[in-house]
Design a protein around this ligand. Sequence first.
Ligand code: C2E
Ligand code: CA
Ligand code: CA
Length: 634
Amino acid sequence: MAYNLNFLIAALLLLLIIWFHFINSRRMHDYNGRTFFLFLMLGLFDILFDFLTTVLISDNRPDLRGMTLLLLTVFYLLQVLVPYSLFLYTWFLCEQTTKWEKIFYRVSVLPAICMGGIVLRNTGNGVLFRIDGAGAYIRGPLYLSMYLYAIFYGVIILICSICRHRKLGAVKLGIILEFLFILGGCVSIQALRNDLLMTGFGLGLGILVLYLTINNPSDYTDRLTGVFNMRSFTGHMRRLYEQKKNFHIIVVDLIQLRRFNMLFGSSFGDSLLKRVAKELQTIMNTDYVFRLSGRRFALLLSSLEEYERVRERIMYFFREALELGDEKVRASAVVCGMAQAQKLDDQDMLIAYIDYLVSQAPPSMETVLLQSDENTMKSYLDRKEIERYLGVAIEQDLFEICYQPVYSAEKQCFVAVEALSRLKHPTLGMVSPDVFIRIAEQNGQIVQIGQLQFKRVCRFVKEHPVLQKKLESIKFNLSPAEILREGCSRRLVATIQEFGLPYSFFQFEITETLATEYSDRLYQVVEDFHACGIELVLDDFGSGYANLDTVLKLSFSTIKLDRSLLNGIMEDEKARMFYQSIVEMMKNMGYRLIAEGVEHKKETELLFSWGVDMIQGYYFSKPLYPEELLLKLG
Ligand code: C2E
Ligand code: CA
Ligand code: CA
């Protein structure tokens, strides 16, 4: 028969090109990558031997009978291995993990072994094929078993893929079906037209589809720097967690990238990223450098010694200034070391933990090294737990409120209280508001908490008229996120109205940083409160970098002097003078003053002598639960 070799040559060229690109690109050395490579190589050799044997058979060379028989045997062996390797490929793609699946996986090699045995014995018994004395290729009685064998694995692949379609995902399932369809179609054509040799071509096309979709190396690499991308990081980490391997991670976050982009343009930022990526690859002896986000890289290490060596080298690299084009810059970074990263639950938690670690870096322009240890991991896990619990607490309204009395110098008694939120976790105990309020501010849950708590305060005031008799005001903290939320002031005012309480009994505390940062929006809110006679207190004055101009433009009636201003006032003359001059200045401007965090009698005497109106601190009273407060007020 005259065979048409064109399809085989085309398939051979196609697979050679894919092979060339595949081996020259950075690729994951995982099961999927390895089984694809195995399948690609077997497919390539299968087509090559198909080609060689067809040429020999077409020529009918009795003198080359031995060689033809040998090449054909190798070709048939490859025909045994190709379906099995495709099965392996889909098997690892489906990630079968149960006990029965593992048993099935072991058993599934048996048909391949049996068929391989038949092929090897064929030289003696000719059940599959033989070469006659004239050098002609003659099919044996079991020739069709090769087809049945391939169909058998095709069906198994189909069943496995459909059974595991959830794990596989619709896209990958579609690709496997497409592969089987292409190959099945080409085999059918060859069955009808023996001379066309379409099977090898179908195999080549199928591999091309896999290469372009599931195994395209460019899907796993970062275009700019050439290192692996976030997708491959997540996939790789997932496998390491599943295999329960020990591993260590180093994260490099280029904190100044945005600034460089603004100063020198984004192409400079790109060059910096490329330079850092190259350096990281040089420092590492392996391929495992990943770019997780715009400015963040992660390195994966399996040995602790390597981890320490690489960390040292990275710190050394960032110590020196970098020459990039005409510029010489110091590209500082936050470097986070995480030994034994497998201690976290999974890749999602690892990625969230990396975010957390980087966020713990002190604000600095210098390169800093943060080392993850048991404590950081624990505080992260506690934080996660608090985050989760906050949702429950909001849903079931599990918060409480303590009231810290404020003592007046003039009246010599408590004249106000500050409402302070409390949250008790079933296992972690009392969670500081500094922690849960910060988390709630970041998650946006502070608005709901604020509403719940303000209602609680109003209810308390409503149910205990004694509070209005004994006190002039109740102070409630408002977070930036609450105040800047549209309709916040209206809602608070409506709540007071709902309980039928006088507006003037309530005062809202706003922190100094908010007053300086978001002034524009804040003016409106402040005006809304003023319109109904609600006074505002500037909280934590002296704790940050106050922009006095902005602070003064907002009409606060009272200023709370931060506890940090008290540091050293009993011993240090300058600290004392500083506090005193703030008191004098603020008094001259007509503000009422509350000194916060006063714990000692001597401080109290000093502050009152300077003209501070009120004191809130442990010296007079700690924050009290409602019933304690009622007792204290008598
Ligand atoms: P803050 O508004 O500055 O509240 C004063 C904090 O200082 C309270 O801490 C109080 O217990 C503490 N303190 C008072 N006197 C002394 C003292 O003499 N010595 C010491 N060492 N501390 C003293 P707390 O209750 O832990 O609250 C921390 C922060 O959490 C508050 O600071 C406030 O910013 C925030 N916060 C508390 N409850 C709420 C709330 O319901 N909403 C909002 N937005 N923030 C809240
Ligand atoms: Ca406050
Ligand atoms: Ca304060």
